[in-house]
Design a protein around this ligand. Sequence first.
Ligand code: FAD
Length: 387
Amino acid sequence: MPTDVVIIGAGPAGLTLANLLQRNGIGCVVLEARDRSYVEERQRAGVLDHYGGRIFEEAGLAGQVLAGAPLETFLELRYDGEPHLLDVPALAGGRAGRIVPQQLLVRRLLAAFLAGGGDLRFEAGDVAVHDLTSSPRVTYTDASGTTHELACSYVAGCDGFHGVSRRSIPEDELTTYTFDHGIGWYTVLADAPPPRHPLMAIGRHGFAAQFARGTAASRFYLQYKPGAEDPRAWPDAETWDKLRVRLGDPDLPGGVITDREIVEMRSFVAEPMAYGKMFLAGDAAHIITPMGAKGMNLAIADAHVLAGALTSALRGDDTALRDYSDVCLRRTWDYQEFSRWFTEMVHDTEGDPFRRKLAKARFDRLFTNHAAGVAFADMMSGVELVT
Ligand code: FAD
């Protein structure tokens, strides 16, 4: 008996889609390469924008997914050590995002899907898609090595940037865009008290940031020069010294560093986000720099559009499904532009004094021109597409 939709990947995109389809009474099977604890522990994003929150509210999932998640208040931008507070929700007309660590969101989405009787298969190996332009099938091996085959009406490729879905599309059917921002980011997770507000610091020593990850941990970011230095070789004491200088806080308490990662400041978009009866969502189709915190939010927004489109198609009207890629790409490029704009404003410009002055003018405008503040807050809170 074929299933309606096979979803490949149980990250924010796949699990949002699975829950929304389940609510709509559409059958789906989720195949995830890793085991449950790996998926539930993976720490990445930390902010669900207002638009993302509304998706869960409108689906009746707020109680299960958003309970206890604090609303965002101020964003602190520190320029050469001097603090500037931006009341983003007020500027966005009350549309506040929520502080939700990605692993908590994933854990809750997973629990909600399983509680609703969802079919989620962990440790699915060698996932492969077949016959995408006719009668799709997905094959995989389970943990014991047995091969299974799922026939389905549609496949949702939600398996991240390195997944199998996008790679299964013939090269000449996709146009890809890649942009290297020429900046390196080193991020560490530490048992260190979170800042009062999400904090970004701009200055001559390079960009740094600190965000809450729960009540007793922080994620820190440090700009570095790719090719010229390797931050993974920095002793932790050096990392803390750099953070104190760049955050303009000599008293910043240190703490045990529990995770160290290089974040690629790279942007990527694959067009279209569909091939035959397979639809890509989230990082499988696009990656974006963390400036603006849009990666996870784009994944959730894609899943929302796809859930509606698949539901209509399975009920006989495939108009929205045919528009799916165009609709999602419009938001993707809008966010890519915002992320690049933000990146240029806060990163050190290798000593180029003209670009530094331009970046400072952009920064000042946020605080002196109400319309500029509103436009910034609008993007931060998540954009409703106007057709
Ligand atoms: P993923 O989260 O990558 O999920 C894909 C899933 O598919 C995974 O569970 C994977 O195991 C599974 N999978 C992969 N291959 C296969 C296969 N062959 N078969 C079956 N399953 C497979 N975004 C923000 O919005 N704000 C931030 O502050 C932020 N910070 C980040 C910090 C770091 C260090 C990183 C790495 C990313 C950050 N991001 C941030 C980006 C954000 O985490 C991603 O955009 C988001 O996870 C995308 O969700 P997704 O579901 O599309 O993909």
